[in-house]
Design a protein around this ligand. Structure first.
Ligand code: FE2
Ligand code: FE2
Length: 319
């Protein structure tokens, strides 16, 4: 079977997966369960240790009510950033699909994905609304750029889907780490994360397959440009997702030095930054996007390191 046929087959399987397993933001989440209300006295909002802020000695030294307040705000803000990313994804995917030639399997798969992302944005925004935290989401520069990013869907699809992965991988990595840790968690957020991780597996598979299929078809110049753009997009968008904006300092009083320490000055912070991108390094190796120039860019951005041996390999098992 040619690589094209295999790719078409994978997209058909992913599309069928979307038909068989999918979630609805309002029928699959028990929003009005009395045990699921959001309450600032609820210790289940204390950040787990696997969260980079939750594991920091400054956070752990705070009184319980401060830990709850900061923990809830952080989770709600990450959720809002997730909503914004997926909104950009939907718009860019639609831009890509508009002029796609007839008969392409991407049309069916990506419209399934956009349907799922629409449900995700609904469940994310509903969680934000019910939390009572008026969070901004991404930093201001991201909110301005979000108007233009979807244009890359048709103009530079390989970079657009690199950006999609750059948004999906860190969120998925953090959500899986929290779910795997077995830490006590608020059941509403836990349910949202479970639904998200289940559907994201498909989305991340598609982005990997898309880049695996399209990269070898690119001309020399475009492939060279992608090899350099790839780590730049990963690091820039990864930072937008992971690093809390100024309001965490001004409104919640988390010292700037603590945020700088975690993202990414401390040895633990530096390790986490590298771990976030182990899967996408594997993809870059496999698709020929690692060359002497791009390797230097990965290194300069401090996201170089070992590639995963398989997708989703937990960092603790990497050797
Ligand atoms: Fe999603
Ligand atoms: Fe997704």
């Amino acid at each position: 079977m040619s690589s094209r046929q295999t790719y078409d087959e994978v997209l058909r399987t992913l599309s069928e997966g979307s038909v068989h397993t999918h979630f609805d933001a309002f029928t699959d989440i028990d929003w009005d369960n009395p045990d699921w209300t959001i309450d600032l006295k609820d210790p289940r909002w204390v950040l787990p240790e696997v969260d980079p802020l939750g594991g920091h000695p400054w956070y752990q030294a705070q009184p319980l009510e401060r830990q709850i307040e900061i923990g809830l705000w952080r989770m709600v803000n990450i959720t809002k950033v997730g909503m914004q990313f997926e909104n950009v994804l939907i718009r860019g995917a639609m831009d890509y699909l508009f002029s796609l030639p007839n008969g392409k399997p991407e049309f069916r798969y990506l419209t399934h994905e956009c349907t799922e992302e629409t449900h995700h944005t609904q469940m994310f925004q509903e969680f934000v609304n019910r939390s009572g935290c008026d969070v901004p989401g991404g930093r201001p520069s991201f909110r301005v750029l979000s108007r233009f990013l979807p244009l890359a869907g048709s103009l530079w699809p390989e970079v657009f889907f690199t950006g999609v992965l750059a948004g999906e991988e860190p969120i998925d990595h953090v959500q899986k780490a929290i779910l795997r840790s077995g830490a006590t968690q608020h059941p509403l957020l836990r349910r949202i994360m479970q639904i998200h991780v289940a559907e994201e597996a498909r989305h991340i598979s598609f982005a990997h397959e898309f880049l695996r299929q399209k990269t070898p078809e690119l001309g020399k110049f475009r492939k060279g440009a992608l090899s350099v753009a790839y780590p730049l997009v990963m690091r820039t968008l990864g930072d937008v997702i992971m690093i809390p904006g100024k309001r965490m300092t001004t409104e919640l009083g988390v010292p700037r030095r603590v945020i700088r320490d975690i993202f990414w000055k401390s040895p633990e912070g530096r390790k986490m930054l590298r771990d976030l991108f182990a899967d996408v390094r594997m993809l870059a190796e496999d698709t020929g996007l690692m060359n002497p120039v791009s390797r230097r860019v990965w290194k300069l951005l401090r996201i170089d390191g070992r590639a995963s041996r398989y997708r989703g390999q937990p960092a603790s098992l990497a050797s």
